[in-house]
Design a protein around this ligand. Structure first.
Ligand code: PA5
Length: 492
């Protein structure tokens, strides 16, 4: 397959055991903490059959009950959405998402997105990585009139919610002016998640208070996104939404695998992210996964290396070290993807995200000298979006930086990256490098699809169902029981 210029790359040479000429303390450590290349060779065959299995899961009509839930529809979703869009334009699913976004953009200058877990983290990752860092603070002209965006309903935090309501109440006082109008997108696949539902109840009341008690006014500024049935769908129908106005989360697409459905695409389109480019990147990654041999297949490589490091060398803490502030939310999205997919049956790596170089000043010590239970996956962006900022010459040189005057911010970051990897290598701390050519829709599409596919492959290698999250139900059941018992007793 012809790879696009913007293809992402995975380099795992930093986990392979180097050939040692003689015994040294470092060679001794490396032999314990690095992977023998033969081990990678040995699992290649197994990976080919896992890929075959994952590929065949896409078309299973009635899977055996032990495989349920089987939410594999995310794999082909980006390609299908694009194909339908080409054929049917506005009336396709993607066409409807884009139209709903356009309508909301035309109506309001601020959008509150309500959702939690998989119904929030993907959209936040896209917004943070692809939009201006200070998008919400920019004047409307610089934002090209794209609405400001706020994420709520992702917690039960009284004061944070009140702060948002205060902001809206103080800045939006004249509903006849677009720049003082706000709207909401409410996202819940099940339609019954209490964090989102309670926030929505409050936000819906505020919308009614601001625009008046008219279902038409509400529908102009609200987009519900939910599954085929459930309380949110019922409430939306009761508010007069036609079924086609309630954007759907397709069957067979699980929450944390839903970023390339309306869940991630609608908020992305609202803030002006190029949604077709995102989907093109994602579907390219699916093709690459399905057709490329191991040596050109970042999904299989990433899954295999991370799996072997965890199961054979005890590297059960998986650090995603993102070398861009704009990728922190992507890291949190990945934390959820990995934790909810593989943290089952007493197994599963523990994910966490660090932002470099910021966290070299907080976690760096532990990663350099702490417990040897970690694999550090670096996520690096090769080219900056803006022209490199030079350090420059200064009339005062007390900071001693004139010696680096011709260096730029990216040069400093690159030196930090290379210096950190070198320091880890010198004390036998394994690392891999995942490189994005640039932060663009196309590369983010590839990256997110790659990480979702790799998580499924790793689940199958571990013999753990990557779909579903039965453990999350335990707290929900207890919380509802406590609320019910207290309400029955008449407690406020
Ligand atoms: O991955 C998942 O399925 C979960 O994290 C859900 O996205 C999360 O619990 C929110 O669920 P819902 O969209 O039903 O409100």
């Amino acid at each position: 397959m012809q790879l696009p210029d913007e293809a992402i790359e995975f380099d795992y040479s930093g986990v392979l055991l180097p050939h040692a000429e003689a015994w040294t303390p470092l060679a001794e450590l490396q032999s314990k903490h690095y992977l023998r290349p033969e081990r990678v060779e040995a699992v290649k065959q197994q990976l080919m059959s896992v890929r075959q299995q994952v590929a065949s899961e896409r078309t299973m009509v009635s899977p055996p009950s032990k495989m349920l839930p089987l939410d594999s529809a995310f794999i082909d979703l980006p390609g299908k959405l694009m194909e339908q869009y080409r054929q049917k334009g506005k009336s396709s699913e993607l066409g409807q998402i884009i139209q709903a976004a356009e309508k909301l953009k035309g109506e309001v200058d601020r959008v509150v997105v309500l959702g939690i877990g998989g119904s929030y983290l993907g959209a936040k990752a896209l917004f943070d990585s692809l939009c201006h860092t200070y998008h919400n603070e920019l004047p409307a002209k610089m934002r090209l009139n794209k609405p400001r965006i706020y994420f709520e309903g992702n917690n039960v935090d009284n004061d944070a919610l009140q702060d948002l309501l205060d902001l809206l109440e103080n800045l939006c006082v004249e509903p006849t002016m677009r720049q003082e109008r706000w709207g909401a997108v409410v996202i819940s696949k099940s339609g019954g998640t209490i964090e989102t539902a309670t926030a929505y109840r409050v936000v819906r009341q505020e919308l009614i208070r601001y625009y008046g008690h008219s279902p038409e006014e509400l529908r102009k500024r609200l987009v519900p996104i939910t599954g085929p049935s459930g309380k949110l769908r019922e409430l939306s129908r009761a508010d007069g939404f036609k079924d086609e106005e309630i954007l759907k989360i397709p069957d067979g697409v699980g929450g944390r695998f839903s970023v390339f459905s309306a869940v991630g695409l609608l908020p992305a389109a609202v803030v002006g992210i190029d949604v077709p480019a995102l989907l093109l990147g994602a579907s390219t990654m699916t093709q690459r996964f399905l057709s490329e041999p191991f040596d050109r297949n970042p999904v299989l490589q990433y899954a295999a290396i991370n799996h072997l490091m965890a199961t054979e060398l005890g590297k059960s803490t998986r650090v995603l070290a993102v070398w861009s502030k704009k990728l922190e939310a992507l890291g949190l999205w990945y934390d959820q993807l990995l934790a909810e997919s593989l943290g089952k049956q007493g197994q599963g790596p523990t994910p966490f995200t660090v932002v470099q170089t910021r966290d070299l000043h907080s976690r760096g010590q532990q990663h350099q000298e702490g417990a040897r239970d970690k694999l550090i996956n670096n996520l690096v962006v090769k080219s900056t979006k803006h022209a490199p900022i030079p350090i420059g010459m200064s009339d005062r040189n007390e900071d001693d930086l004139n010696q680096f005057s011709r260096k730029t911010m990216p040069d400093v970051l690159n030196a930090a990256f290379r210096g950190t990897n070198q320091a880890y290598a010198e004390s036998a701390r394994p690392t891999t490098d995942l490189t994005l050519p640039t932060l663009s829709e196309h590369s983010m599409g590839q990256l997110m699809q790659m990480l979702m596919l790799a998580t499924v492959v790793e689940g199958r290698l571990m013999d753990v169902n990557p779909y579903g999250q039965p453990g999350v139900e335990a707290y929900k059941k207890n919380m509802t029981a406590i609320l019910k018992a207290e309400s029955a007793k008449g407690q406020p």
